[in-house]
Design a protein around this ligand. Structure first.
Ligand code: COA
Ligand code: AMP
Length: 626
């Protein structure tokens, strides 16, 4: 399989043959005889008659193959100055025993477990332990506040929550336990079991709240065996921002996920089991699920888990130190991290201090890799800088430069070509395919390949309405862009109210809901505006109620605190502007896109359906744009 065009064509013309062949990279308990179940379009399933266990594919089989002494996970914390390495045999031991702890608390196949943890090895151990039991994990990013955690608890109805005393952010600790307590208080589906990994650096412990202590439980735990599950059984739920305030519970299956990730490690990333691979993200995001935990371990490679930032922990050489110290061959991170390093160290003076000889490739995703950052990183690092585009929903790359298949010339501003399995097209509002270079909605012809979302947790109606109904026969990505004459896909941005702040996906709708709840606010709009470092940031425009008596500063302070308390620090909501009115269509829809164009200084369009042009004119004057 060396030629991209042939591989892509076969994946589209003969998906069954293509993916059944890829499935041989996985150890099945019952090998599948069929790859694609297309009996109920537009819902598709993969490997309908196969059974397996994802955790034993990530651990047991490497140990059984005599690779138990190989490093599986290297934890490097710039926050506490500590490093820890687990071989495959050691990680298997920890995971089996923690699976025993969970089983002792009544967790079994199909049960949900919420994992709310910082970047410590126990987060990966808890995920793999759930997979071992056939339980469904739902990891919640540590930057979310109690109400967001509560929403996820209510939707997933977990049997247990696994957490830690807290996380470490530069200059402060984040105490998780009071947030877990508050979330339990807010939710209707609160589980009775909470297991806490105590971190000495953060105050609060399991005993303070009457919960179970991770270490005590592990001391007496009996290892649990891997449970056989159907390929189509859920492995995890990962909540992501939609256009409304209510997050979407993206469901990933076991079989398709294992096959797709194993395939991607070799053909998208060109990683071998002898390599040390590092994804600098967080286990709370899809990138962390797929490429800190499952992908590299399914392959049998070494994965690095890093607790720290690209800058300030302690300096802009932090990433280069980790690469040099652990012999990392490829790093996957978000463009924001590169921009942060560049801002702090424009000449990359820190780079010269480290041995980068093993480093071959930098992968970027999570947001558009802007040509400027691409050029800087390429010049300074002297290795290919590879953009690739994907989403929580797809779980792995939709468009990439396939390093293990047929690397193609890199062009700035594009993630290159559709990955085998993803029949990417660009269509206009009527669903008609547009000409090369014309911008439109990026869609993927169904079926999506293995590893992509199996649905939304217990909400098939929303799955259909969000992704499958806009253009029948196609999956709606929510991104807009174009394909050039060479078949390269350029992703330009979201066409909905989802924004991307430092590679973190947020819903402006959920921020708006918080802002609108302020007693002095009559109405508001939150839009994502350009930010040099973070790509985008949320910016709020507020109309006050008649007679409201609050200064702009006091209003801003209130709103910033409210968003932080309700959604979390990760929302990075800081901009508040009081305006006289919001431009709307006659049907009352706020012209958010026009507002964003005005604020970003772009040419803006005025729809013919505008209700009152003078409101827009006043806004243009206030925001200082022509
Ligand atoms: N737990 C609790 N709080 C968190 C958190 C976590 N896991 N992660 C971030 N936060 C907090 C930060 O402390 C910050 O709080 P503050 O307002 O009190 O300062 C806030 O959320 C915003 O964080 P962030 O957007 O990350 O900004 P930053 O200034 O701390 O760091 C970068 C900026 C560029 C260094 C950082 O965003 C980064 O490394 N980005 C890489 C992107 C990435 O990994 N994306 C994942 C998808 S691939
Ligand atoms: P998430 O679900 O958090 O991974 O965010 C997915 C969204 O991030 C996509 O729909 C895109 O809008 C954006 N995104 C991710 N990777 C890229 C990329 N390489 N280029 C452009 N946008 C990207």
């Amino acid at each position: 399989m060396a030629n991209y065009a042939d591989a892509f064509a076969r994946s589209i013309d003969d998906p069954d043959g293509f993916w059944l062949e890829a499935a041989s990279a996985i150890d099945w308990m019952t090998p599948p005889t069929k790859a694609l179940d297309d009996s109920a379009p537009p819902i598709y399933r993969w490997f309908p008659d196969g059974t397996l266990n994802t955790s034993s594919n990530a651990l047991d089989r490497h140990v059984a193959a005599g690779r138990g002494d190989r490093d599986a996970l290297i934890w490097d914390s710039a926050m506490v100055g500590e490093k820890r390495t687990y071989t495959y045999a050691q990680l298997l031991d920890e995971v089996s025993r923690f699976a025993g702890v969970l089983a002792g608390q009544g967790v079994s196949k199909g049960d949900r477990v919420i994992i709310y943890m910082p970047m410590i090895p126990e987060a990966a151990i808890a995920m793999l332990a759930c997979a071992r039991l056939g339980a469904v994990h739902s990891v919640v990013f540590g930057g979310f506040a109690a109400p967001e955690l509560a929403t996820r608890i209510d939707d997933a109805a977990p049997v247990a929550i696994v957490t830690a005393s807290g996380g470490l952010e530069p200059g402060r600790t984040v105490e998780y336990l009071p947030m877990v307590r508050d979330a339990l208080g807010l939710s209707e589906m609160a589980p009775s079991t909470v297991i806490v990994k105590d971190r000495p650096q953060v105050s609060g412990s399991a005993t303070d709240f009457g919960w179970l202590d991770w270490d005590q439980q592990m001391a007496t735990a009996e290892p649990a065996d891997a449970v056989e599950v159907a390929a189509t059984d859920p492995l995890y739920i990962l909540y992501t921002s939609g256009t409304t305030g209510k997050p979407k519970g993206v469901v990933r299956d076991n079989g398709g996920h294992a096959v797709a990730l194993a395939w991607s490690m070799r053909y998208v990333y060109d990683v071998s089991p002898e390599d040390v691979w590092w994804t600098a993200s967080d286990v709370g995001w899809v990138v962390g699920h797929s490429y800190i935990v499952y992908g590299p371990l399914l392959l049998g490679a070494t994965t690095v888990m890093y607790e720290g930032k690209p800058v300030g922990t302690p300096d802009a050489g932090a990433f280069w130190r980790v690469i040099a110290e652990h012999g990392v061959s490829a790093l996957f991170t978000a463009p924001t991290a590169i921009r942060a390093i560049r801002k702090a160290d424009p000449e990359a003076a820190e780079l010269a201090k480290y041995d980068m000889s093993k480093f071959t490739t930098l992968f970027a995703a999570g947001e558009r890799l802007d040509p400027d950052t691409f050029a800087w990183a390429s010049a300074k690092l002297g290795v290919p800088v590879v953009d690739h585009w994907w989403q929580t929903e797809t779980g792995w790359a939709i468009v990439a430069n396939l390093r293990g298949l047929e690397p193609m010339p890199l062009k700035p501003g594009t993630a290159t070509v559709p990955v085998p399995g993803f029949n990417v097209q660009v269509v206009d509002a009527d669903g008609k395919q547009v000409a090369a270079t014309a911008e439109g909605n990026i869609v993927v012809k169904l079926p999506l390949p293995p590893g992509t979302l199996a649905g939304l947790w217990q909400d098939e109606a929303r799955f259909r309405s969000s992704y499958l109904q806009a253009f029948p026969g196609y999956y709606l990505t929510g991104d807009s862009g174009y394909i050039d004459e060479d078949g390269y896909v350029f992703v330009l941005g979201r066409s909905d109210d989802v924004i991307n702040v430092a590679g973190h996906r947020l819903s402006t709708g959920s921020i708006e809901a918080v802002v609108a709840a302020h007693p002095d606010v009559a109405e508001c709009a939150v839009i994502g505006i350009h930010d040099d470092l973070k790509g985008q940031r949320p910016s709020g425009y507020v109309v006050l109620k008649a007679g409201a008596n609050i200064s702009d500063d006091a209003l801003r302070a209130d709103l910033v605190k409210m968003v932080r308390d309700e959604i979390g620090a990760v929302a990075t909501f800081r901009d508040v502007t009081v305006v006289q009115g919001l431009p709307k269509t006659r049907s009352g829809k706020i012209l958010r896109k026009t507002m964003r164009q005005i604020v970003d200084g772009e040419e803006y369009s005025v729809p013919s359906t505008i209700e009152d042009k003078s409101v827009l004119d006043a806004l243009v004057e206030q925001l200082g744009q022509e």
